[in-house]
Design a protein around this ligand. Structure first.
Ligand SMILES: Cc1cc2nc3c(=O)[nH]c(=O)nc-3n(C[C@H](O)[C@H](O)[C@H](O)COP(=O)(O)OP(=O)(O)OC[C@H]3O[C@@H](n4cnc5c(N)ncnc54)[C@H](O)[C@@H]3O)c2cc1C
Ligand SMILES: *[C@@H]1O[C@H](CO)[C@@H](O)[C@H](O)[C@H]1NC(C)=O
Ligand SMILES: *[C@@H]1O[C@H](CO)[C@@H](O)[C@H](O)[C@H]1NC(C)=O
Ligand SMILES: *[C@@H]1O[C@H](CO)[C@@H](O)[C@H](O)[C@H]1NC(C)=O
Ligand SMILES: *[C@@H]1O[C@H](CO)[C@@H](O)[C@H](O)[C@H]1NC(C)=O
Ligand SMILES: *[C@@H]1O[C@H](CO)[C@@H](O)[C@H](O)[C@H]1NC(C)=O
Ligand SMILES: *[C@@H]1O[C@H](CO)[C@@H](O)[C@H](O)[C@H]1NC(C)=O
Ligand SMILES: *[C@@H]1O[C@H](CO)[C@@H](O)[C@H](O)[C@H]1NC(C)=O
Ligand SMILES: *[C@@H]1O[C@H](CO)[C@@H](O)[C@H](O)[C@H]1NC(C)=O
Length: 605
């Protein structure tokens, strides 16, 4: 749980940053704070949610100057939000800040009944403006399974390569070091829009991590490139960063000249409250009217798309809006006084997410990022150097190398919930410092190996708590909700402990942090896991795609909402199962493919 995390929002740091900042500031010619400021009142497409996928759609659909696009975003603009620009500081963005939705979950059975914070980006760029920037495309088996589950080969590994190419702009690291041996150029594109690079600051533990792959090659084989479709093993992390600054869907797909397109209208601070249907197409209600407001008590306004409405409000926002609009389980809607337009019990169900656990060791080094949060002299010097030269430890995500791994074959009795034998069941994430659920202790230097269950068998759900769009829905990711998921987490902790027994770590790792050190028996290990795990922020599946004509699912494989007309969904909610990967790249792929599907449906390509 990287939630309450490790950097205190440090005012001294922010002030020095403002003073030292020298690079040009983003600006949007077509960004409005209110719908009333816009001249046109008719739009071909209305996109709900200016997040990761929403910005992709806004860009791609407005490529044709004859097409008018309205993008509605609940949160503020990303421009000039320094906490979002500096890669090392995502913890300044969530939870419970101006840029977060401030959600928390229902009590989680797998966490001894704890309810946890559930961050989601509340600003232009959505969660890509607040996330940890890990760039992972998932395994070829994950994508081929999406093709199988949706009955559409357009979602297969080979079919989605063109969308990766359109999204990815491979970029040198901030420090310009020689990256030979750290990735495989054959699997990367420099023709896309969102920047991706290797880390741009060398850490003491880098060579020890790589040395461990040589010492323990069976369990931790070196993987030159985890984004070649076969992620198993240990490799260098790739992140959505360029020149020491975050590359989000807002800075990339709405960056540069894109945002000044006259046919693109971006309105921030505007929350969509529900959709209305207006007429029938054959027997299907046509959902092309969007109701929105700038505050809970403020007036509501309608806007109607002439071609389509595209919901990109994310895995929480999208099912919430569908339910508020009468698309969902009739019994549950009736109980809240909402008139059912389409009875579909799948809306909000089959949520899946990754539980994560920070495991911490004391290290024999002072060159970690721990002092950033507790020594303002040190922090100010780092900020100054970043602002002046775009160098230093702030240029990277707090995440370093990643491992994708599996538990031993035959060690469990349920059908393998992962997409196949070349797909990870768990992940290990290295950080050169304390990345725990609380702030770093005042003394000591640390290394964190977070462990995550990446092919969970648990399924959760999301339901409305009331019919008020300003009330948060009940979010139940059901983390560690099955014995299998707990078993995999135990194996992952064992693997992390095994990792640091390599000789490479002899003079570096001192001992386990107290909470981990106390987990010495199966029972105490289980309690340690249940007490300290959280979410790695990857919910999907709440508006799942399924084959055309299936009796479950929310969208067809072309992302059109079942049982209605004029409405499509493009965001994390359509993925039927969580991939064994961090979810932003899959969402970029969904955004790119959705744009392509919309264009062909309307003869715009
Ligand atoms: C803290 C954090 C760290 C993460 N780290 C990583 C990582 O390192 N690597 C990775 O690959 N993935 C990471 N993820 C996950 C990844 O960022 C998300 O899966 C992905 O960005 C989701 O994209 P989306 O388009 O579905 O939703 P979002 O990007 O969340 O976009 C939804 C947008 O809709 C807006 N919205 C919602 N409701 C409404 C409404 N009613 N009206 C108007 N607008 C609305 C929201 O404000 C938001 O801008 C992380 C996520 C978080 C939150
Ligand atoms: C835009 O519309 C005009 C007039 O109908 C047409 O001549 C032009 O080719 C169109 N442009 C594109 C990119 O479709
Ligand atoms: C989340 O909480 C912060 C801090 O209290 C607040 O500023 C922000 O407006 C809240 N976000 C939303 C979406 O209400
Ligand atoms: C980068 O390193 C590789 C391998 O050590 C070497 O072959 C190559 O020439 C180097 N490239 C540059 C530009 O120095
Ligand atoms: C929005 O449209 C709906 C459905 O047509 C209608 O009932 C509602 O009154 C409209 N709201 C406004 C503010 O015009
Ligand atoms: C959840 O997904 C499974 C397929 O994985 C499907 O059989 C089931 O009907 C779905 N449940 C709901 C409520 O949609
Ligand atoms: C804080 O950092 C500065 C600059 O790196 C260093 O000189 C100082 O000793 C540090 N203070 C403490 C208490 O560690
Ligand atoms: C949501 O999931 C939980 C955990 O699996 C289950 O107990 C609960 O009944 C589900 N809620 C609904 C409405 O299906
Ligand atoms: C810490 O590292 C130094 C060298 O940097 C070494 O001399 C010392 O023995 C190490 N301490 C421990 C406890 O391993």
């Amino acid at each position: 749980m990287y939630s309450t995390m490790f950097f205190n929002a440090n005012n001294a740091m922010r002030t020095s940053l403002l003073r030292l900042l020298i690079f040009p500031i983003a600006c949007y010619a077509t960004l409005y704070n209110s719908f009333e400021d816009i001249t046109p009142t008719s739009f071909d497409f209305v996109i709900v949610g200016g997040g990761t996928a929403g910005c992709v759609l806004a860009n791609r659909l407005s490529e044709n100057a004859n097409v008018s696009v309205l993008l509605l975003e609940a949160g503020p603009s990303n421009a000039d939000v320094f906490d979002s620009i500096i890669p090392m500081l995502p913890s300044l963005l969530n939870p419970n800040t101006l840029y977060d939705w401030n959600y928390s979950t229902t009590p989680q059975t797998g966490f001894n009944g704890r309810s946890i914070q559930y961050p989601r980006g509340h600003m232009l760029g959505g969660s890509s403006s607040v996330n940890y920037m890990a760039y992972t495309v998932a395994s070829f088996e994950d994508w081929n399974r999406y093709a199988r589950l949706s009955g559409d080969d357009g979602w297969s590994w080979s079919s989605i390569q063109k969308y990766i190419a359109r999204n990815e702009d491979w970029t040198p690291p901030a420090d310009g070091h020689n990256t030979s041996g750290q990735y495989n150029p054959a699997y990367h594109s420099s023709q896309g829009i969102t920047s991706v690079s290797l880390p741009g600051f060398a850490h003491d533990f880098d060579s020890l991590i790589i040395a461990t792959t040589a010492e323990k090659p069976r369990r931790f084989p070196f993987n030159l490139d985890m984004n070649d479709g076969r992620p198993l093993g240990l490799g260098w992390i790739q992140t959505t960063i360029k020149g020491g600054q975050r590359s989000s869907s807002a800075t990339s797909y709405l960056g540069g000249d894109f945002a000044s397109r006259e046919n693109l209208h971006i309105v921030v601070n505007t929350r969509v409250t529900r959709l209305f249907h207006n007429g029938l197409h054959k027997v299907s209600p046509i959902f092309r009217t969007v109701e929105f407001t700038q505050s809970e008590t403020g007036p509501r306004t309608n806007v109607t798309a002439t071609k389509e409405v595209i919901l990109s409000a994310g895995a929480v926002g999208t099912p919430q809006i569908l339910l508020l609009s009468g698309i969902g389980d009739q019994e549950a809607l009736t109980a809240l006084g909402i008139n059912t337009i389409v009875d579909n019990p799948s809306v909000g169900h089959n949520l899946s997410d990754h539980p994560v656990l920070p495991n911490v060791w004391y290290v024999n080094s002072t060159a970690t990022f721990d002092d950033l949060s507790r020594n303002s002299t040190f922090a100010a010097a780092e900020v100054a150097s970043w602002a002046k030269t775009q160098q230093g430890m702030l240029v990277d995500s707090p995440l370093a190398h990643l491992v994708w791994a599996r538990v031993p074959d035959g060690s469990y009795s349920i059908p393998d919930p992962s997409a196949g034998p070349l797909t990870g069941q768990y992940e290990m994430l290295f950080s050169n410092g304390w990345l725990g659920a609380t702030q770093a202790p005042p003394t000591g230097y640390f290394m964190t190996i977070s462990t995550a269950v990446t092919a969970p068998s648990s399924r959760g759900n999301l339901t409305l708590s009331t019919s008020n769009p300003f009330d948060q829905p009940n979010i139940n990711p059901n983390l560690l909700g099955t014995d299998f998921d707990l078993f995999v987490m135990k194996e992952a902790v064992r693997a992390a402990r095994d990792f640091v027994t390599a000789e490479a770590w002899e003079s570096y790792v001192v001992r386990e942090f107290e909470t981990l050190a106390a987990a010495t028996t199966p029972a105490t290990l289980e309690q340690y896991i249940r007490k300290n795990s959280g979410t790695i922020f990857h919910p999907v599946g709440t508006a799942s795609m399924s084959p055309k004509g299936a009796r479950y699912g929310v969208v067809d494989p072309d992302l059109l909402v079942k049982g209605v007309s004029g409405l499509r969904i493009a965001d994390a909610s359509i993925l039927p199962l969580v991939p064994s990967a961090h979810t932003q790249v899959p969402v970029y792929i969904v955004g790119e493919r959705a744009a392509s599907l919309v264009k062909s449906a309307h003869g715009l390509d």
